[in-house]
Write a protein that binds this ligand. Structure first.
Ligand code: NAG
Length: 236
């Protein structure tokens, strides 16, 4: 009897804690005023997440293309608070750039010029340094909205409450260049006619129906998807 009570109380508290986290994230995405918690305790929730069905989302894009910015800000970021724990997001900040070999060096040319390459490097460095794809996705969406320059890093790191200096430093260093080259190699493994190019569980799924297409991909749709399910991926 006592044990049952303790167990019930524990479950109730777990549920409250989880909802509270989600509410914070939801709040953050709407208002860009996230309260960054870097050291959440490892709880039973973490263990439970290893059994959660996750959909793989590959996003090929570049920092300065207006449609990519639109995708991040209006399609992807709004779904992060409710869906992030059900997604395995992989970002490839390279897009329509191309890489050429000059002697023993590699040179990357970006569609929207050097400032776009710098923006891509900032994104790549954020992914590398933050080591948390939910956080890097929110950061990249915010930075894209600010044209992905140093000021964008200042604004968006302030919003997400972390130190943005290492990201700027990385983007200006050889590390940033190496990361951009790496994302070029990864992007060249597949063909895409334009960006943003979104793949859900490996299948091209047009960016403008992001939520519907993600929700369609689950074998067992998570709660946020219960109303947005189609029979198949919407193709345009
Ligand atoms: C990743 O970042 C998000 C958003 O800042 C945060 O809610 C989450 O707890 C972080 N995850 C880990 C494992 O630190």
């Amino acid at each position: 009897m006592d044990l049952l009570f303790i167990f019930t109380a524990f479950v109730t508290i777990s549920v409250i804690v989880q909802c509270d986290n989600l509410a914070q994230l939801a709040d953050a995405s709407n208002q860009r005023s996230i309260n960054g918690h870097d050291n959440d305790p490892v709880t039973d929730e973490t263990l439970k997440n290893t059994e959660t069905e996750k959909v793989v989302v590959d996003i090929y894009y570049e920092s300065r293309c207006p449609v990519c910015i639109n995708f991040f800000v209006n399609k992807l970021e709004p779904e992060i608070p409710s869906l992030h724990e059900f997604l395995d997001i992989r970002l490839y900040p390279y897009g329509n750039a191309y890489t050429t070999k000059k002697g023993d060096q590699y040179e990357v040319n970006c569609q929207h010029g050097e400032s776009e390459c710098y923006g891509n490097k900032l994104h790549a460095c954020a992914i590398d340094i933050l080591k948390n794809v939910t956080k890097s996705t929110l950061f990249i969406s915010c930075a894209s909205d600010w044209y992905s320059d140093d000021k964008a890093v200042d604004e968006c790191s302030k919003w997400l409450k972390f130190n943005g200096e290492p990201i700027k430093k990385c983007a200006k260093s050889d590390k940033g260049h190496q990361l951009l080259k790496y994302y070029g190699d990864e992007s060249n493994k597949i063909y895409y006619p334009g960006v943003p190019h979104v793949r859900i569980n490996g299948i091209h799924a047009p960016w403008n129906h992001f939520k519907e297409n993600v929700c369609t991909a689950f074998k067992t749709p998570p709660p946020p998807c219960r109303e947005n399910r189609n029979k198949e991926i919407i193709s345009e």
